[in-house]
Design a protein around this ligand. Structure first.
Ligand code: PXL
Length: 275
């Protein structure tokens, strides 16, 4: 009998804008993996909009997951995304110490910025703290901006420069991450994803860019990676699947005139992930 896998999702709840938990829960559920959500913050909409309501959950998280501990919960995967404060890094580490077994896969999406710019709530201290989540992470999924912030190097659009990307990923490997997936690298009219595997092989995947960058695509991408990871899917195959799904979602969102801030209309394609 197949045992259904279970992931703890440590991420914010942004009511509008198709990102974080509002994306991860449907995507991972469609892939038949059970989702258990630990909110890091509650927002009316993501921070890419001019104004947003922001309720930081830093002081509530521990009391919340202590009840999970009382329930005796255990997880096949722990997937972390947007954190509401630098202090939450220590809280997430405590969560991992309490809930991860040897077999638990840790997936860290170090949500910090895009296009060389930090998100509104992310400061320098936060980036420094975030490095502490890399040891023990089986997979990390930074975009190029986040990879540079973690490595402490200046942001530079690398294009498909495998040498430069390998060097960047090596630095993140030295900080403790096992598989490093650098997402959404623009190279001319293509969009590339770079994988620096646990065996320290460099793999670059590319596809034609289907439209303008949309908010929340990193969350769709990492959610697919997380669901596959707990099911033991090979990382390169998983990145191919995630990149293809996100690419099609961007193309469809362009055709359906979805504003870029409002995320991608992944709902239209969700059924495909169940196959
Ligand atoms: O999609 C990344 C993300 C997640 N959560 C919040 C955000 C963003 C990006 O802007 O603001 C709250």
């Amino acid at each position: 009998m197949k045992r259904q896998k279970k992931i703890a999702l440590i991420n914010d709840f942004s009511g509008f804008g198709r990102c974080s938990l509002m994306v991860s829960v449907p995507v991972i559920s469609a892939m038949k993996v059970q989702c258990c959500a630990l909110p890091t913050a509650v927002l009316s909409n993501h921070t890419g909009y001019e104004d947003f309501f922001f309720d930081d959950y830093t002081d509530k998280m521990q009391g919340y997951y202590e009840k999970w501990e009382k329930l005796g919960l255990a997880f096949d995967g722990i997937y972390t995304g947007f954190l509401g404060s630098a202090r939450q890094v220590a809280i997430v580490k405590d969560f991992i110490a309490r809930f991860a077994s040897e077999d638990t896969v840790i997936i860290v999406d170090p949500v910090m910025g895009d296009n060389g710019i930090r998100y509104a709530t992310i400061n320098e201290e936060f980036c420094t703290e975030m490095r502490r989540l890399l040891p023990g992470a089986a997979i990390i999924t930074p975009n190029l901006t986040e990879a540079c912030l973690l490595a402490g190097t200046e942001y530079r659009e690398t294009g498909a420069d495998i040498g430069g990307l390998t060097k960047l990923a090596e630095g993140l490997g030295e900080l403790g991450a096992e598989n490093i997936v650098i997402t959404g690298i623009t190279d001319g009219s293509d969009i590339c994803d770079f994988i620096y595997t646990a065996d320290r092989e460099s793999v670059l995947l590319r596809q034609p860019c289907g439209g303008e960058a949309h908010a929340g695509t990193g969350d769709v991408f990492s959610s697919i990676i997380a669901a596959d990871a707990v099911n033991g899917v090979d990382i390169v195959a998983s990145v191919k699947k995630a990149a293809s799904f996100v690419g099609r979602a961007i193309k469809l969102s362009h055709e359906m005139n979805i504003p870029t801030q409002d995320g991608v209309c992944f709902e239209e394609l969700l059924g495909e992930l169940a196959e």
